[in-house]
Design a protein around this ligand. Sequence first.
Ligand SMILES: NC(=O)c1ccc[n+]([C@@H]2O[C@H](COP(=O)([O-])OP(=O)(O)OC[C@H]3O[C@@H](n4cnc5c(N)ncnc54)[C@H](OP(=O)(O)O)[C@@H]3O)[C@@H](O)[C@H]2O)c1
Length: 253
Amino acid sequence: MRFQNKTVIVTGGSLGIGRAAAAAFAREGAAVALVSRDLANGADAQREIDALGPGEVRFIATDLAREADIQRMVEDVQQWGRIDVLVNNAGVYMQGDVTMTALADWEQLMAVNVTGAFLCTKYVVPIMQAQGGGAIVNVSSEAGLVGIKNQVAYNVSKTALIALTQSCALDHAAQGIRVNCVCPGTTYTPLVEAALGRASDPTAERRRLESVRPLDRLGTSDEIAAAILYMASDEAGYTTGAVLSVDGGYTAQ
Ligand SMILES: NC(=O)c1ccc[n+]([C@@H]2O[C@H](COP(=O)([O-])OP(=O)(O)OC[C@H]3O[C@@H](n4cnc5c(N)ncnc54)[C@H](OP(=O)(O)O)[C@@H]3O)[C@@H](O)[C@H]2O)c1
């Protein structure tokens, strides 16, 4: 088991990619802090993943748009003894070009996707420094690597996460902290289900999203989770500042 006796924080761990990652870390023996807002989803994820074991999972209700919540969450997890892995996975999505994007909506998206990841990193890094190292994995997107139409705020937020990854990798390499990034392509999760639900023809839109990628299908949460676990594991011990595309070949075109 790759994560036995390790403590892992997964933000956005109640649904989709984060839930799959939390379950995979628990299968590998980790103690997992599952961080998100909705109490029912969080409790459900904790119950389901904890029952499978062998690792333990605890849901910590946290709004990543609030610094005080993040500070409290990190202090809480620190009581477990160590923080070995931080996965900055939580994210929100929004459509619109610059003319359609209201400042308040832009700021709200940035608060979660960028500032939330910055603050989690800010409060976890000193703990990792004191214990002699750790691993941070940021979940960006194919939209962080290439422009995608009509989602300007989301694209900017995901490019910022790549810059956060590279900057922190350089700043903290000497302290044994590796910082890497996974860029998923479209993956069937509640986030994508909701976006498809807003399309005039959801089936045609799904087919379009599949057909623009060489592997001609959407990804699964388990496939993205596997990449997150690799980046967090000792197998990736010589990897820092890296950006791993898991997108069915989309950005290779
Ligand atoms: N699915 C894709 O196609 C895809 C592709 C590329 C990248 N990504 C990225 O992968 C990550 C996960 O995506 P997903 O599809 O699994 O999303 P999802 O199904 O919508 O799940 C998002 C998770 O983030 C949490 N979250 C949202 N806002 C939060 C906040 N303010 N504070 C704390 N938690 C918050 C949600 O819980 P609560 O709402 O209860 O807080 C939920 O657990 C995101 O960063 C996304 O941008 C996804």
